[in-house]
Design a protein around this ligand. Sequence first.
Ligand code: PLP
Length: 430
Amino acid sequence: MATNSKHPETLVLHAGYRSDPTTTAVAVPIYQTTSFQFRDTQHAANLFGLAELGNIYTRIMNPTNDVLEQRIAALEGGVAALSLGSGQAASLFAVQNICHAGDNFVASTDLYGGTWNLFANTMKSMGIECRFVDPADPENFRRATDAKTRCYYAETLPNPKLTVFPIGEVARIGRELGVPLIMDNTAAPILCRPLDHGAAIVMHSTTKYIGGHGTSIGGIIVDGGNFDWEKHADRFPMLNTPDPSYHGAVWTQAVKPMGPVAYIIKARVTLLRDVGAPMSPFNAFMFIQGLETLPLRMRVHCENAAAVAKHLSGHAKIAKVIHPTVMTGEAKKRAETYLSRGMGALLGFELKGGADAGRKFIDSLKMFYHVANIGDARSLAIHPASTTHSQLSAEEQAKTGVTPGYVRLSIGLEHIDDILADLDQALAAA
Ligand code: PLP
């Protein structure tokens, strides 16, 4: 069935799978196997030589993961995807696939702390330089670009500031200069399709909304198939010159018959082969279950969060509510441009009482969970100044948008009356 033109609600149920070819099972089976029997030596040689695509070993691909990959690729409007063991692995692979030691890439300063650490420290130790720029002015990306710049990287809806990234503006600059934009769309699946706005690659931590139930860690990279790696051959030697790790394959040529998938095939058959970090088939199955209700859940997540933002605005103990529905000016414009199907369910607020009030608020919550996570069906809360951001100086905290009284909420799917009641009683104690 040609499913790519269908609506998200349909794609999450049908893209990439009809029924199991051997048993006709309708639910996607968990292929919990390490390896796959070759038909004969020619079949094995074809698979290893990429003359034929197929299953060899679950570190590199697996039929359960394949359905998840096809489904998320369809949902994001891309051509193919690669599932990985975590969102962190997906962020690393997305960049490392085209960045060699001595190269650089430009990233937004508004990033998840784990991604920041990966880019600023671990990748630096690999000889890859990340140049962080303020996304308030998209031209900052152009200014930081030179001949060794291999990609741009940003989050659609970065917390804690929750100011939507100027996807189209930065993608346009990148396309002028031959630099692809990689978007972390973890906080806005369904709500935004970065590829429609010119991004070349999308990644998700599937751990969050896609899983949706707080059970499994995973990540995925989607190749938009919309970036001309050959046209910018000088910028992408890793895709346009012989790869010694794969008997001299030139990726843009070697996989041409399969479509515009050079980037994602290379990530699978070199990085995933060498580094590991596959998603387990069981977790792929869990994410397939999550995906089936993702459009429904995102709708309720967003409705609940918008109601919380409205309820908290003007509260006597709150200095400021941070959610796209209550933003003004440029931030409002960006949210309206890029979050076409809902304004997201992450929400922050600043307590007038500072750090003490923040702690008291969290300790008084009865229904919200106090966890370092987002995107669960349950409502979650955290006080970043005393937890996730406690290693940063007050000045560094302020730069990331965290003030002493800042509280971050991930609004869940409980009844809105119960969500508001828990917030109200905790605010009364703060
Ligand atoms: N990207 C974003 C926006 C995140 O919030 C997270 C985790 O919190 C990650 C990436 C990393 O994902 P994972 O925890 O699955 O490795």
